[in-house]
Design a protein around this ligand. Sequence first.
Ligand SMILES: NCCC[C@H](NC(=O)CCC(=O)O)C(=O)O
Length: 448
Amino acid sequence: MKSFEVNFDGLVGPTHNYGGLSFGNVASQSNSQQASNPKEAALQGLEKMKALMDMGFVQGVLAPQERPDVSALRRLGFSGSDAHVIQQAAKEAMPLLVASCSASSMWVANAATVSPSADTQDGRVHFTAANLNCKFHRSIEHPTTSRVLSAMFADQQHFAHHGALPAVAQFGDEGAANHTRFCRDYGEAGVEFFVFGRSAFDSRYPAPQKYPARQTLEASQAVARLHGLSEAGVVFAQQNPAVIDQGVFHNDVIAVGNGELLFHHQDAFLNTDQMLAELQAKLSARGGNFQSICVPRDQVAVEDAVRSYLFNSQLLSRADGSMLLIVPEECRANPRVWQYLQGLTAAGGPIREIKVFDLKQSMQNGGGPACLRLRVALKETELAAVNPGVIMTPALYDALTQWVNTHYRDALRESDLADPQLLLECRTALDELTQILKLGAVYPFQIN
Ligand SMILES: NCCC[C@H](NC(=O)CCC(=O)O)C(=O)O
C-alpha cells in the first residue's frame, strides 16, 4: 500500500505579534516590541504550503487558535465582559495580555507528537498533544489543539488521541520538535527518536545552566508508552545542554531527520557516537540503512545555526528517492551557511536540492520552516480517512488567501492588543475558517 508523509502547516493567526515571550529563544527575545505584520505572516506561510503542494507533496493545514484567550485571563482573576477583561489586563498586567494574544500555535511542530500506525501496538496513528508547559503563552494551546486534531483525524478506527501530559515542568513536552522518525518507507515500521533536554527525576543527567530545557526524558518516555511503541522501535537521546544555553531551545533548531537520514550539527547531542550506533542498529533490524550527515562546527558554528535556522529545515523525499531541503531566507543571508549548503548539494549525497522561502515574520519569533509543520506519516487508507477539508488544494489555497486578505491587519503593535475589537475580528475570522476547513465547532467561543 502507498504511504505518504503529509505536512500539516500551521496557519498563522490574526494576532501574530512580537511579544518577547520565550526566554531562551534568541529571536523572540531580540525582536520583542517590534511591529508585526499578521497578514504578511499568514501569506508567507500559505506560499510555502502552496509551493509544496505544487511540487507534488500532500500538504495539509492546521487552524490557528482563538486569541486573545479571554478564558485564560479569567482564570488569572480578570472578570466582567470580555472587553473589560482585556482592558483590565492591559492596565494591570500587560505581559499577561500579551501572552494571551500570542499566535504561537502557528508552530505546529510543537502541537503534538505523532506516531504512525506501523510503529504502534494497536496499528493506529497516535497523537499526544504537547503540554508546552515551559511557557505560559504556549501552555494554553493544548485544549484547542486537541479539539482541532480530533476534528481533522476523527476516525477512531485509524486515529487515537491522547490528552497533554500532566501540566508540570517534570513532564515538560514540546511535541514533534524533539521527535524524529527514521524509516525505510513511511508505511513500514520505523525507529522513533526522542530527544530530551534534561531528566526531571534522575540527577545523573546534566542540564543547561542558563536557559530552560523544555523537554524532559520522562515526558518523552510517557509519550512512547502512550503510543504503544516497542523498545526495538525507540531511541532516546539527550540534547547537548551547552547548545540549549546558546539558544537551541528545541532539538529541531540543530537537527532534522527524514527517511533513513539524520542531518545534524556536530554539537547537537551528548554521547553522539553511541546514539548513532543505536539508531543504526535499530533501523537496520527493521530493514533500513541509517545514514547521518554531521555538520562540523568549524564550518558552521552553533551561533550560525541558531541565526540562520539551517537545521530548522524541511527534509523531504522526492519521487526519485533523493532529498530536498527547504530552508529559510536567513540561510542564504549567512555566507558560511550558504557556502556549506552549496557544498552539500554538490557532494552527490542524498540531499540534492535546496529551496529557499521567505518566512521572516515567523522567523523573527524563532519559527522556521520545520517549526511551521507537523508531519504525519499516513498510509493510503488513513489519508482517505482524514477530514478532506484540511488538505491543501488550489481552491483551498485561493480561499485561504482571500480569507487572510479580508480579515487580517497588516500591522500589530503591543498597544493594539488592548483593543477589544481585535477579539471580535479574530472570532469572526475563525468562525468563517471553521467553515472553510470543515472543522465543526472547535473554538471556545463556538462551544461555550
Ligand atoms: N518551534 C518554534 C517555536 C517558537 C516559539 N516562539 C514564541 O513563542 C515567541 C512568541 C513571542 O515572543 O511573541 C517558542 O519559543 O516556543
